[in-house]
Design a binder for this molecule. Structure first.
Ligand code: NDP
Length: 283
């Protein structure tokens, strides 16, 4: 066993609220056991006003690192000592390593998405449509630019958020980035290669809902991806599959960002298959 000492295990975990729907701990602990690492992953429900205490507690207890999820990804920024280039570009942190008492923030959401996308298609020179302009969309847009896509279309209801995500993506590379206000059923342009749902629409318990797109505008040359990990097959993905699109579910992204996060905390390279199986069993 590595990392533990006597009856003391090394600690990692997550700070978010609500936290009870987050299966990350199940899959990461399965991989820790598989690799004989004496590390625990504690899924903690932390209110926004308690985040600073939780972070100070993690440092005091010598945690290796932690994830931040809804709604802590931006509010954690002032509590950190250092940011990776990705976290600076995205403006949000979902993964913090604690090294010699210093808190170092990174953002693995976009990298996790790209890693999952590459299992289906090479993103270079592709046209990407991103539905939504929240934290996940922002991370995906920035990493898509860095991965060398040809063009990105951000589609969002809130105009300020949509324009801001487009601006952040433009700031990291010379890519054609457009923002389209989402006012009615969105017609996917015929040149799109990848359509990503980066909104929570379709997540449990609202599993019948789909993002408001014109399904007649999807073609079988497109890859349709969903960030929603639960249910694994959203109504968006099952409908797209019937049209002949290749589909990617949110579990791939969840596993990939966890692999990258644990590597950031420990340097250990965990087996994604073990996490995938644990996630499959849990959901
Ligand atoms: P945010 O709250 O930051 O953003 C949500 C976005 O979705 C906003 O742009 C919002 O639009 C849009 N949206 C919400 N409801 C609707 C709707 N009914 N119609 C159209 N647009 C809508 O959330 P996150 O970006 O942090 O998370 C989004 C999803 O991604 C969640 O389901 C989360 O679980 C998932 N996720 C998955 C990960 C994985 O590894 N698989 C990792 C990270 C997130 P507006 O701005 O107009 O309000």
């Amino acid at each position: 066993m590595k990392y533990g000492r006597g009856f003391v295990s090394a600690l990692t975990g997550s700070f978010s609220i609500p936290a009870d729907g987050n299966p990350t701990g199940v899959m990461i602990e399965a991989a820790y056991r598989h690799h004989h690492l004496d590390i625990r992953y504690i899924n903690c429900e932390v209110r926004p006003e308690d985040l600073a205490d939780a972070v100070a507690g993690a440092r005091a207890m010598g945690w290796l690192g932690f994830n931040c999820s809804i709604p802590q990804k931006v509010s954690v920024l002032p509590l950190l000592d250092e940011l990776s280039a990705a976290a600076r570009n995205i403006g949000a942190v979902n993964c913090v390593a604690i090294r010699a008492g210093r808190l170092i923030g990174d953002n693995t959401d976009g990298k996790g998405f790209l890693s999952s996308l590459r299992s289906e298609v090479d993103p270079r020179r592709k046209n990407i449509v991103i539905l939504g302009a929240g934290g996940a969309a922002r991370a995906i847009a920035v990493e898509c630019v860095l991965a060398g896509v040809a063009a990105i279309t951000i589609v969002n209801r809130n105009l300020d958020r949509g324009a801001a995500v487009a601006e952040s993506a433009r700031a990291v590379g010379d890519v054609d980035v457009r923002f389209v206000p989402w006012t009615s059923s969105f017609h996917v342009p015929s040149g799109a290669d990848v359509v990503v749902n980066a909104t929570p629409v379709g997540m449990v318990p609202h599993i019948q809902e789909t993002p408001d797109i014109d399904f007649g505008s999807l073609t079988n040359s497109m890859v349709v991806a969903d960030v929603v990990p639960n249910p694994p097959t959203t109504t968006l993905l099952s409908t797209a599959a019937k049209i002949g699109c290749r589909t990617l579910d949110g579990r791939g992204m969840l596993v990939a960002q966890a692999v990258i996060g644990v590597e950031f905390w420990t340097g250990e390279d965990l087996d994604p298959q073990v996490m995938q199986q644990a996630l499959h069993d849990a959901l």
